[in-house]
Design a protein around this ligand. Structure first.
Ligand SMILES: O=P(O)(O)OC[C@@]1(O)O[C@H](CO)[C@@H](O)[C@@H]1O
Length: 426
């Protein structure tokens, strides 16, 4: 899968960036100096594409003041003469997006430009049906209404499970895998995803035990969600945040976005604003019955500081999270104070597990290394499987059954299967 990605997907991704710059440059409103600089960036992107396609050596980043540049260069220095295809997949792909960012952050007129914005917004527009369904599901089945009796444990667990699954399967939409998905592509990805049978490591019961334990109930109930994709997945994450707050599972939810555009569809703070603007659009969503109350609730929780947006540079490095103790000790200290940290998506999962070729029956906690046993971190991964690493399976028999059910690594790579993996950090 790594070779296939490096040989075909990266070149296509960078070509899409060249085309996107072409559309931005064709706009009449653009000034001459901005155009000239934009043409240079487009030229550099073509050059980058050629490097990737030729499998050239990776070159050091120019050093500015950004804290992560040295990290990339040290890594390149330590493994000198790495070419695009010889470098570890995870590192090379992160480096690719960092190179693109350097072109924009070093510019005068294109500083802050999000080359993926159009793709992200149009994929959300094409997710209209799923958005309406999600808003209806939340309003009808989940939201606690005034005077509503406390639900039984069985009903509460069912809602809890449904909400976790909504956020899990929201991760099936991923623009770095699907270039310009159509309305039909997204519809089929987002239509009610299969059941818990597709969850190959399911720690929901352990998570529920923790979150209904006296230890948790007397804690500060502060939850963090390390986000993945913008658009529909981000909406599912917001719905999860609202649910956790409204059901008193959380007193505060912090959402970690990326500091710059990353892996095409990853969420930045601006994406969150776009999402709310699009949701408020009568033209895009003429039926307001369920969307308005959801938008109002999100806005209220945000303005009262119950939902908070935050960022950290560490999320856009190529580091495995096992390097957090040495690379981002401040972040680790902070996360240890929180009562649950939810990591969304495939890339976060690959970084959590060091993208290692673990036997699939390795316990999730072991694959987390220093973030696992005795770390004090409560980690939950909600991830649809889009790369070869996957741990926490109950037995070799289960692995064999999956290999039979979905041959050729299908259960690992297609995003149709997923994990709900929990580590209590003890
Ligand atoms: O993190 P996400 O959005 O779930 O997935 C990111 C992704 O598309 O990019 C990676 C590299 O190609 C793969 O691991 C994965 O398929």
């Amino acid at each position: 899968m790594a070779q296939e990605t490096a040989r075909t997907r990266w070149g296509r991704l960078v070509q899409d960036m060249v085309d996107s710059m072409g559309s931005s440059l064709a706009k009449n409103s653009i000034t001459a100096p901005k155009k000239a600089e934009g043409l240079e960036i487009q030229h550099q992107l073509r050059f980058l594409r050629q490097e990737v396609v030729n499998d050239d050596k990776l070159t050091p980043l120019d050093l500015h003041r950004d804290v992560d540049e040295r990290w990339y260069n040290e890594r390149l220095g330590a493994s000198s003469q790495l070419s695009w295809r010889a470098a570890p997949w995870l590192f090379a792909e992160c480096y690719l997006y960092r190179r693109v960012q350097a072109l924009f952050s070093g510019s005068v007129y294109w500083h802050g430009h999000d080359i993926f914005k159009e793709q992200k917004d149009s994929s959300f527009t094409n997710s209209r049906t799923a958005v309406q369904e999600l808003a209806a599901q939340y309003n009808i089945n989940v939201q606690r209404r005034p005077g509503q009796e406390d639900a039984s444990d069985v009903v509460s667990f069912k809602k809890f499970s449904d909400m976790m699954q909504v956020a899990l399967w929201g991760n099936a939409t991923d623009l770095s895998l699907l270039s310009r998905p159509t309305f039909e592509d997204l519809q089929s990805l987002q239509k009610k995803q299969a059941s818990t049978a597709m969850v190959v490591d399911d720690d929901l019961d352990q998570l529920w035990s923790y979150m209904t334990s006296p230890e948790y109930e007397t804690s500060d109930r502060q939850i963090d969600i390390v986000l993945d994709n913008a658009g529909f997945e981000l909406l599912t994450d917001l719905v999860l945040a609202v649910y956790l707050l409204d059901q008193d599972f959380a007193k505060e939810v912090k959402l970690h976005t990326k500091v710059f555009p990353w892996f095409v569809s990853d969420a930045t703070p601006a994406d969150l604003e776009s999402l709310m603007t699009m949701l408020r659009s009568q033209e895009m969503f003429p039926t307001r019955e369920f969307i308005d109350p959801l938008c109002d609730r999100i806005a209220q929780l945000t303005s009262t500081g119950k939902i908070v947006i935050t960022q950290h540079w560490f999320w856009t490095t190529g580091s495995a999270f096992s390097e957090m103790p040495t690379r981002a000790a401040d972040l680790l200290r902070y996360l240890r104070e929180r009562d649950l940290v939810i990591f969304k998506g495939d890339l976060n999962y690959r970084k959590l597990t060091g993208d290692g070729l673990w036997p699939h029956t390795t316990p999730f906690k072991s694959a987390l290394g220093p973030l696992g046993a005795r770390s004090g971190l409560k980690v939950l991964a909600l991830r649809t499987n889009k790369a070869d690493v996957c741990v926490g399976l109950e037995s070799d028999d289960r692995v064999r059954a999956l290999d039979k059910e979905s041959p050729g690594g299908g259960w690992l790579r297609t995003g149709k299967y997923g994990v709900i993996s929990f580590s209590d950090g003890e």
